[in-house]
Write a protein that binds this ligand. Structure first.
Ligand SMILES: *[C@@H]1O[C@H](CO)[C@@H](O)[C@H](O)[C@H]1NC(C)=O
Length: 347
């Protein structure tokens, strides 16, 4: 400390001033440039980031090879990479199922791999997480008996796979987010991510040592955003580590759908994009005008007499349109940040 003090005083000596001015100018130019590039780099969602977020980006890194088992009236699907470093429990939203997180494979012929779900799973596997998914008994998750059953299943599965020494984390979207916020009061997670969900913090007393909580949300859903802001404040007051990632809308492009959906080729993708423009579903800059669910794109497609889209690709297209509108949808675009965050809370 002392040394540095004396050195900086020497640095300030009058005869060195002209040099210092030049150096400082150079430094500020470099800092400005760094800030500029850092900023464009760090904001991964619009346009720039999408380009390297293709559906097949993990092709050379990980293959789907999931296992499936039925227990307590539900199904579990999982995959464990070599030398796993943590366990991730993934909870789907209403109408979701475990099969949505996995591409079809020999041991899971029923798996359907929805675009965002499958990319979250691939991210996790590539980063050496053992991934466990479970289906809700009904359409959405419930908080009575089902909660206890799922907690039991997770404990039992982790033990059977001999993964109990690893950190356990969870990510739940929408209904799955509420569910994970409740599980975190009973199971020992090192941290959790609640996606497009504020949690049920107004309906439970959280335990001491409640895990660090990351909210990944879409601020266009103003009502939810307000609740998240409120709950983050409450959690901070209870000394829970909280953080948030805001997911913003972005424009469609002619290759958006083929970039993100396996089995949808570029020709179909750009013809759909043109159709959406023609029909006024997207504005002149390519942004969705309404949520995908509220856009009559299926009808428009049928009326257009171009037999473009395989039936099984309709759900994936719907999901990607919702994602671009950024009101309420599962998103894998922030996976990098989410897993970094998990890993910064693993001690
Ligand atoms: C879940 O299934 C296992 C194995 O069949 C059984 O031993 C256990 O009691 C069940 N748990 C509940 C809560 O029903």
């Amino acid at each position: 400390m002392l040394n540095r003090g004396t050195r900086s005083k020497a640095w300030l000596a009058p005869q060195k001033c002209p040099v210092m001015v030049q150096v400082m100018f150079l430094v500020s130019v470099i800092v400005a440039l760094m800030l500029f590039f850092h900023k464009t780099d760090e904001n991964p969602i619009p346009v720039n980031g999408l380009r390297n977020q293709k559906w097949n980006r993990f092709e050379s890194l990980v293959q789907f090879n999931s296992e499936r088992e039925f227990r307590n009236g539900t199904d579990l699907i999982w995959q464990i990479p070599d030398s796993p470093k943590a366990v991730l429990f993934l909870a789907h939203g209403c109408s979701g199922r475990a099969v949505n997180f996995w591409d079809r494979s020999s041991k899971c012929p029923e798996c359907v791999g929805l675009p965002e779900e499958r990319l979250i799973t691939l991210h996790a596997l590539a980063r050496k997480y053992a991934v466990l998914t479970i289906s809700s008994a009904g359409k959405c998750w419930t908080f009575g008996k089902e909660r206890l059953i799922v907690e039991d299943i997770i404990r039992w599965w982790v033990k059977r796979q001999k993964l109990h020494k690893l950190p356990l984390v969870a990510l739940g979207a929408s209904s799955g987010g509420y569910f994970v916020s409740a599980l975190a009061n009973d199971l020992k997670f090192s941290s959790i991510t609640l996606m497009i969900a504020e949690g049920i913090f107004d309906q439970m007393d959280i335990i001491e040592g409640y895990p660090p909580t990351l909210f990944v949300h879409m601020p266009k859903d103003v009502h939810r955003q307000q609740k998240i802001t409120e709950f983050m404040e409450d959690l901070r007051n209870k000394v829970v580590d909280v953080s948030e990632i805001e997911c913003m809308e972005f424009p469609l492009s002619p290759t958006y759908l083929s970039d993100r959906i396996p089995g949808l080729d570029q020709i179909v993708s750009s013809r759909l994009f043109n159709l959406f423009k023609e029909k006024g579903f997207v504005d002149e800059n390519g942004y969705m005008k309404r949520d995908g669910r509220a856009t009559r794109w299926r009808e428009a497609l049928r009326e257009s007499n171009i037999p473009l889209l395989k039936k099984e690709l309709e759900h994936p297209v719907q999901e990607e349109l919702n994602l671009a509108f950024a009101y309420h949808e599962m998103t894998s675009l922030q996976s990098e940040q989410i897993f970094n965050w998990f890993e910064s809370h693993m001690t």
